[in-house]
Design a protein around this ligand. Sequence first.
Ligand code: HEC
Length: 374
Amino acid sequence: MKKFWVIILFFGLSTPAIAKDSEASAIMKGMYESIEVLIPYSLSTDEFAAVSNRSKMQDELNKFAIKSEVLSDHFKIIRQDLFFLGYGLSQDAKDAAELYKAGNYEQSRFVLHHVSDSCVTCHSKAQSQDKKDGGKIFFSNIKNFKLTGFDLANYQTMSRQFDAALNKFEQTFLAEKFYLNSTAFGSYLKVALRVKNDPVRVEKFLLKLKNHVPAGSRLYDHVVYWHESAKDIVNNKLRAKSDLKSARRLIDRGDKIQGYYHDSASIVYYVAASALLLTKLESNKDKDELAEIFYLLGEIEDKMPDDFWISETEMYLEQSIRVAPQSKFGGKSLGLLEDRFLFNYTGSSGTHLPDDLKKNLKELRDLVHSKKKG
Ligand code: HEC
């Protein structure tokens, strides 16, 4: 089950300028310190819930929740397009601490593990500015963790050891026989194409994977699509420019091979397009263009295989509306957002939108429709 965070009116909030960009690094180090304490215990319910560990766990979860709130506040000022991830993370961290306090150790552990999805999602958005892998953090404890395979690769992405993560992802895919974890494949592509901007690596890896998977299987058909897409991107330099035209062209090519809603055949084109769009997002001041970029990002997320904990579709669409409610794409985003909510909240007994969502949706509708009045 996906989680929907409701963010009401975060745009235009007046907040004191408490944070400078250089603070990000200190905040992140603090977050990582907590994760380093919590994750090893949380790998086993017994250890996580053991009476002898409880005060240590509770103490660290409380600290982590406070640090997450600082992170959320930081991004609210620095990068509104990333803020919603920081905000979601702070809500999850608070939940994890409260669940633990109430004695719901298993649930607390579950939420805590999903917190790492927020770290991974945010870190795999933009090209890394880190001079060397892993930033300035010394990852002393990682060998003590009993993490393997995709868990380890995700952990490495979380802690920004991107080269190590790519190697681990590739090794693990090749170690599997006739099965492919599509969530892990999406995460791999995000690191390879967005963070590392390396389609050549992806093309080479997919060729290897193609030779590894038995021909004639369903998976093989997909791998062929992915490899062909990567080859097309490399040979025709489809990512050479970060402009909207190139992004739209990649999306079109993806649409052509997508068999059905949430089909993963077009995932390589879509992630490549999202990489261009995310680059184009940074430091962009043109509101109509921003509305289109957010719309396209929302649409891509909507079409991609549906198995992430964090649903970014609604976030992007809301940002598209708020940045330019009067624009063509602001209006389109509202349409898509309403469809999404109807789809997610309609059951046999009708549509049941939670009150806070209803309120938010009404506000977005008013923003868009005020155009018609004047
Ligand atoms: C909202 C986006 C976002 C979220 C969520 C996020 N990060 Fe980060 N993180 C960043 C950015 C941006 C940087 C690069 C900061 C810089 O300029 O050095 C970074 C850097 C880091 C670094 C390197 C710091 C350094 O100076 O070497 C670590 C470690 C890190 N994050 C850990 C985490 C962990 C652990 C989590 C989750 C518990 C997390 N981050 C969640 C955006 C995010």
